[in-house]
Design a protein around this ligand. Structure first.
Ligand code: SAM
Length: 258
């Protein structure tokens, strides 16, 4: 894990980190055991996209670096017949698999209620929505290009490296795994440096802002929308200044619109 590694002045890169040791319970306790105002804003933002998509209209979507966060998977279930939740970390994969097999923790119910309020065509129950999810233990950098009708990413490209060039590469690979004309939806921590979860563990952060996200995604997308929200005082102070939210579409094949 990052805490035990020092590379002098060199930025920490994705392969320098042991993602299997992601501190799932500390991360959940700090971020997702209750519905924070920032989550509600992210859900409201993304719901604008999901409301426009007919139920089941997308064969497959991906959650790029899913971690133990269920709310992006809930939203995707409104439009997607299958949702691939891909993560490199064994502890995250074990948590997600348990949530699907034994039922979601009760703490996710308020998230689902809010998702359904914004996207009423979601299934009646959270387990029904999650039945569309398939958990994949793997490296998102190895995903095939052009597979997914929708690609979703939350706090991954800027939370997977300290190196801005590698951040850009994660974003490029994220966009690349969507079909031409596919939907992209993402959230980034704004200006977040390397940070701590729990008492000891340290994880890489690459500070980015709306301009950086716009600059990286402009050549990769059409219909790009980038916005931001302020830091939420009910969340831990990871040194960030809020969140950057984006939607866009990968360029359509020539002659195809909509
Ligand atoms: C800051 S966490 C975000 C987790 C989650 N998406 C969320 O919304 O809370 C970053 C996640 O990226 C995953 N990750 C980092 N590098 C990865 C890679 N190369 N392939 C797949 N997952 C990766 C980590 O295991 C971790 O779950």
């Amino acid at each position: 894990m990052l805490a035990s590694q020092t590379f002098g002045a060199l930025p920490i890169r994705n392969d320098d980190v042991d993602w299997d040791t992601w501190p799932v319970q500390d991360y959940l306790a700090e971020n997702y055991r209750e519905l924070h105002p920032a989550d509600a804003e992210v859900i409201a933002h993304h719901a604008e996209l999901y409301r426009k998509l007919a139920p089941g209209s997308i064969a497959q979507s991906v959650e790029f670096g899913a971690g133990p966060n269920l709310y992006p998977l809930m939203l995707a279930a409104s439009a997607c017949r299958r949702v691939d939740a891909v993560d490199a970390g064994a502890a995250n994969v074990a948590y997600l698999t348990g949530q699907l097999r034994h039922g979601p923790d009760a703490s996710w119910q308020p998230f689902y209620a809010l998702c359904r309020r914004h996207v009423p065509n979601l299934p009646a129950t959270l387990p029904e929505a999650l039945s569309r999810v398939r958990v994949i233990h793997g490296d998102v950098r190895g995903l095939p290009s052009g597979r997914y009708g929708l690609a979703s990413m939350h706090f991954v490209a800027e939370g997977a490296t300290e190196d801005f060039t590698e951040f850009t590469e994660f974003c490029r690979l994220f966009a690349r795994c969507a079909v031409p004309g596919g939907h992209l939806v993402a959230a980034f921590m704004e200006n977040m440096p390397t940070y701590r979860i729990g008492r000891a563990s340290r994880w890489p952060g690459c500070p980015v802002d709306p301009d950086a996200v716009r600059e990286v995604f402009a050549p990769l997308t059409e219909w790009l929308s980038v916005t931001r929200i302020n830091a939420d005082p009910t969340l831990p102070d990871y040194g960030d200044s809020g969140m950057v939210l984006m939607t866009g579409r990968t360029p359509s094949p020539p002659g195809r619109y909509g």
